[in-house]
Design a protein around this ligand. Structure first.
Ligand SMILES: Cc1cc2nc3c(=O)[nH]c(=O)nc-3n(C[C@H](O)[C@H](O)[C@H](O)COP(=O)(O)OP(=O)(O)OC[C@H]3O[C@@H](n4cnc5c(N)ncnc54)[C@H](O)[C@@H]3O)c2cc1C
Length: 502
């Protein structure tokens, strides 16, 4: 059994950033476990053709590790992955990472005031603080289609791309038209014999204002850090301008809608196909995507957009509800991830003996400040409930949460607290306010079904305010919102000093 002060789960932007900031603040007693074989998280897993970020890299990167070498404004996956690897190496934290090990169970031990954790390699860890960076878009969601398990050809999810399969000249089907699919389709269209794209809901796709950075810009980024900082700041504020269109009045987003419809008109001549890919809900209700190549790819001779629902899959074909059978060699499943039901929630058992998944069964995912949960002392989640964004960089949110968690740790050490847990009424007020704000957002009222909403129609994934408000609200660990306990019992049991703050 290993004993550590902080156990961090996941080595994506969240887990790695947490590790770096723990080390910087002198908290060296930590362990990071990652079920994959490398750092990177999303950017390790999603190496499908065409994978790239859709928030400019100047902003979609750590504020404390600017990269003067981004080649493009929206970097391709290999560059982002290389960046994350480099940051990890340069920070000198990797000796405290264990790869190919998953958290299997974590149970709060109220007597020891610690998390007792079992890992997939059979070992155990006891940790004062459990910090989850397990990712909001990490566990692939496979479609429940009749017959899919009997398909004789290759089938793989976009986040588990099988690079051993040569798609040249093959008949390929892509199921889904979300963020990953619209990056994959133009790449596949170039090489496959025929491509069927199965669309349930058409996305809004804006032009991708991508460009290569010039040598002069890169030199300036390297030698004049303030120039790069100014780029980042300008991008940040430009993105915040989207917020009122999402959260107050969808009509404010008309310029974006115009651009999206113009993008269809530019990429597709056929009026029937144009109609097929024109969304019938408010822009922003589902994630807004960016591409210059998606519509031209759909309009090419070897692609068919299929809107009839998939009824079943046979050994070698996809059959739609109208009875049409389309033969296929390879199925690419681009149907997204578990978002409103996080797999790790079933593994974490809190103070009352209920798992996080059980605790959330009635309410949907709820937390305080997207980070801590009543009933789960010393559990900190990065990218927890209602922290996702439709418009800006998740790294900004992640860094805000890391700072909050660090301040919680400092507070605990300074005051001698062995556990902190948000009061239920405080957590309820936080979530009531979020859900009240949510009613006005385009995500809840824009007339679409999306992965932002759970089965009850609650939006438990997105943050409905500006990102600077999020940062301000998490700027300090607000200990008054928490029940705290005094020092943990020593091995020879001593009476505990229960101290509950107002
Ligand atoms: C294709 C794609 C493109 C995206 N593009 C953007 C973008 O342009 N801009 C943006 O802001 N956001 C984007 N996102 C969202 C992206 O997920 C976040 O920006 C960010 O990378 C999340 O980092 P994370 O560390 O929280 O989670 P992740 O990167 O998902 O990392 C979580 C890690 O935890 C590990 N893990 C999970 N469970 C366990 C367990 N039980 N035990 C051990 N390890 C575990 C996983 O293996 C994974 O490596 C994109 C997401 C996807 C899927």
């Amino acid at each position: 059994m290993t004993t550590v002060k902080h156990l961090v789960v996941g080595a994506g932007f969240a887990g790695l950033g947490m590790a770096i900031k723990l080390q910087e603040s002198g908290e060296v007693d930590f362990l990071v476990i990652e079920k994959g074989s490398d750092v990177g998280g999303t950017w390790r897993a999603n190496d499908y053709p065409g994978a790239a970020c859709d928030v400019p890299s100047q902003l979609y990167s750590y504020s404390f590790a600017p990269n003067p070498d981004w080649s493009m404004s929206f970097s391709p996956q290999p560059e982002i992955q290389a960046y994350i690897r480099r940051v990890a190496h340069e920070a000198g934290v990797l000796d405290r990472f264990r790869f190919e090990v998953a958290l299997e169970t974590a149970t709060w031990d109220d007597e020891a005031r610690a998390w007792q954790v079992t890992l997939s390699d059979g070992s155990g860890v006891s940790a004062t603080n459990l910090i989850s960076g397990a990712g909001g878009l990490s566990e692939p969601k496979l479609p429940d289609i009749d017959g899919i398990e009997g398909f004789q050809g290759e089938v793989f999810h976009s986040a588990r791309w099988n690079h051993d399969v040569d798609l040249t000249g093959k008949r390929v089907a892509v199921i889904g038209t979300g963020a990953s699919a619209i990056q994959i389709v133009p790449e596949l269209q170039k090489v496959v014999g025929h491509l069927d794209v199965y669309q349930r809901t058409a996305p809004y796709v804006l032009p991708r204002n991508d460009r290569r950075y010039t040598g002069v810009e890169k030199l300036a980024f390297r030698h004049l850090p303030l120039v790069q900082r100014a780029y980042r700041t300008a991008i940040y504020w430009g993105r915040e301008l989207y917020v009122p269109g999402f959260t107050l009045e969808p009509k404010l987003a008309w310029p974006a809608k115009k651009l999206a419809l113009g993008n269809i008109a530019k990429g597709i001549n056929d009026p029937e196909l144009r109609a097929t890919v024109t969304p019938d809900y408010e822009i922003g209700c589902k994630r807004i995507l960016i591409s210059n190549t998606y519509y031209p790819a759909l309009a090419s001779g070897n692609v068919e957009v299929v809107t009839d629902g998939i009824a079943k899959i046979t050994g070698d074909a996809v059959v739609t509800s109208d009875g049409v059978e389309r033969p296929v060699d390879v199925l690419v499943v681009a149907t997204g991830f578990f978002t409103t039901e996080q797999p790790i929630a079933a593994a974490i058992t809190g103070r009352t003996g209920a798992t996080l998944a059980e605790t959330w069964r009635e309410t949907g995912m709820v937390a305080y400040k997207g980070t801590t949960v009543h009933g789960f002392p010393n559990l900190f989640q990065i990218v927890g409930p209602n922290t996702g964004l439709g418009h800006s960089s998740m790294v900004f949110i992640i860094e805000s949460q890391i700072a909050y968690i660090l301040d919680a740790i400092r507070t605990m050490e300074r005051e001698g607290y062995s556990s902190v847990e948000p009061h239920l009424d405080v957590q309820n007020r936080w979530n009531d306010d979020l859900q009240r704000r949510m009613q006005r957002t385009v995500w809840n009222s824009g007339g679409c079904a999306s992965w932002y909403l759970d089965e009850e129609g609650r939006n438990t994934t997105l943050w409905p305010r500006t990102t600077f408000t999020f940062r301000r609200l998490l700027a300090q660990f607000d200990v008054a919102s928490y029940a705290v306990t005094g020092p943990a019992p020593s091995p020879t049991p001593a009476p505990t000093n229960e101290k509950v703050s107002a």
